[in-house]
Design a protein around this ligand. Structure first.
Ligand SMILES: [Zn+2]
Length: 256
């Protein structure tokens, strides 16, 4: 195993992450919410930044890029080709099925439109590590800003199809608030109740609740469970199209 991931907090509730390949010395950061914590994390480990992987164009994911690039001018910036007009300085414009390479590591690009039109996730399939940005959160999902709800549902289903053991890194520490909402949909779901208790213990000590796994989210995240009879019943939509059930759950969260 030559792969290691280091996650760190930026701003108030954003996560930055470094993924490092000890075989080649290559290191990528996934999004740059803030340059300072990113540069500190690199310095603490003595890692040289070789690549920057961008999930989407929102400022709280890209605003630190220029400062980090000034320190590591050779770092290559990878990001969604569909949003190249909104993300300046992309060296590699990525689309569905492309591969982003970080030394000897390689991530398959999964287009996940919904939160934004161009949003992508990075799946390091050899290591079963996925960086999902603001598409999938633990016990939640991103707000749907730029597509119909059904498009976001399709994107979430692409992530849900990854192997259950996949380690899922998210763009934000939102799990505790997400859990409060999730309990309004499935108050009797034992996996959800156990996760909410675990999250309360972690947050009381200021520990992260991320990464999570695909299997854990399939068991407890109501936004991935729109096909489940208990979620459908909770919103009075038994037998309905899962995309419509998802839309109802997402609309309720927007009002929560
Ligand atoms: Zn965002």
């Amino acid at each position: 195993m030559t792969t290691s991931v280091h996650q760190y907090l930026c701003l108030t509730d954003n996560y930055g992450a470094l993924i490092h390949d000890s075989a080649t010395g290559a290191t990528a950061c996934v999004d740059v919410p803030e340059a300072g914590p990113t540069l500190r994390a690199l310095a603490e480990r003595g890692w040289t930044l070789s690549d920057i992987l961008i999930t989407h164009h929102h400022a709280d994911h890209i605003q630190g890029v220029p400062e980090v690039k000034a320190k590591f001018p050779n770092a290559k910036v990878w990001g969604p080709g569909k949003d190249a007009a909104r993300i300046r300085g992309l060296d590699h414009r990525l689309a569905e099925g492309d591969r982003a390479r970080v030394g000897g590591l390689s991530a398959r690009v999964i287009e996940t439109p919904g939160h934004t039109l161009g949003h992508i996730a990075y799946h390091f399939d050899a290591d079963q590590i996925a960086f999902c940005g603001d598409t999938l959160f633990s016990l939640g999902c991103g707000r749907v800003f730029e597509t119909p709800f059904a498009v976001m549902w399709s994107s979430l289903m692409k992530l849900a199809a990854l192997p259950g053991e996949t380690q899922v890194y998210c763009g934000h520490e939102y799990t505790q608030a997400n859990g409060r909402f999730a309990l309004t949909i499935e108050p009797g779901n034992p996996a959800l109740k156990a996760r909410v208790e675990e999250v309360a213990r972690l947050r009381a000590e200021n520990w992260p609740t991320v990464p999570t796994t695909i299997a854990a989210e399939l068991a407890a995240n109501p936004f991935l469970r729109a096909e489940d009879p208990s979620v459908q019943a909770a919103v009075g939509m038994t037998g309905a199209d899962p995309a419509a059930v998802f839309a109802e759950v997402r609309a309720r969260k927007d009002r929560f």
